[in-house]
Design a protein around this ligand. Structure first.
Ligand code: AMP
Length: 216
């Protein structure tokens, strides 16, 4: 049986930041559907072109495109013993497709809970490392050298969908389409809620403890 962990929570809740740390601590590959789309965009693939309009508008990419891309990624050998999902599933249809694929293996979801009032400020000040995915924030965790990642020295970039307008739209989409995914795992006893407004180290400690407890 493999260890499949899911990070749930609204955009800006800290999924990306925590996923990088959790993936290293548990030796599980970090699989982010947002990163996979951005990679496709960067390479100019047909999939990237199809996803671009949805991403720029803060909307979800249609389920069939996301599910095919994700299932292709997790069929690689590095995911054989399990993986850590960040940004997937974002609709109940995606969750149902994942459940069907996993069969007897029950995915376990960690849900980062953060109030909307905090999220837009977090998203619009965010700077992400191109090289290692580390996330800085211009007010709460600025890099020592402007534009460069503290961890690896890589270049920091601001995501084009981290503007106030698109971030607000992404939050609205989260409430209508992704919130029900939390109930999906909650009802099945496969969800653990963590207060994502705590300091990142506290959030990480709570997640890690729970993730280790139930590992198969
Ligand atoms: P993220 O980096 O997870 O915030 O994702 C960035 C954007 O990629 C989202 O706003 C969506 O447009 C798209 N995306 C990422 N993951 C999914 C998903 N599971 N379902 C639909 N769209 C997604």
């Amino acid at each position: 049986m493999s260890n499949v962990l899911i990070l749930l929570g609204p955009p800006g809740a800290g999924k990306g930041t925590q996923a990088v740390r959790l993936s290293a601590a548990l030796s599980l590959p970090h699989v982010s559907t947002g990163d996979l789309f951005r990679e496709n965009l960067g390479k100019g693939t047909a999939l990237g072109q199809r996803a671009k309009g949805f991403m720029d508008a803060g909307q979800l990419v249609p389920d069939e495109l996301v599910i095919d891309m994700l299932f292709d990624r997790v069929s690689h050998s590095d995911c054989g013993a399990g993986y850590l999902l960040d940004g997937f599933p974002r609709t109940v249809a995606q969750a149902v497709a994942l459940d069907a694929r996993l069969g007897a293996t029950k995915a376990r979801a960690i849900n980062l809970v953060v109030a909307d009032s905090i999220l837009v400020g977090r998203l619009t000040g965010r700077w992400t490392c191109k090289q290692c995915g580390n996330i800085h924030h211009e007010r709460t965790s600025p890099p020592a050298k402007r534009g460069l990642c503290d961890k690896c020295g890589g270049q920091l970039f601001q995501r084009s969908d981290d503007t106030v307008e698109v971030a607000s739209k992404r939050l609205a989409v989260y409430h209508t389409q992704t919130k029900p995914v939390e109930d999906h795992y909650g009802k099945r006893g496969q969800r653990f809620d963590v207060d994502g407004s705590q300091a990142p180290d506290q959030v990480f400690a709570a997640m890690l403890q729970w993730a280790k407890q139930g590992a198969h």
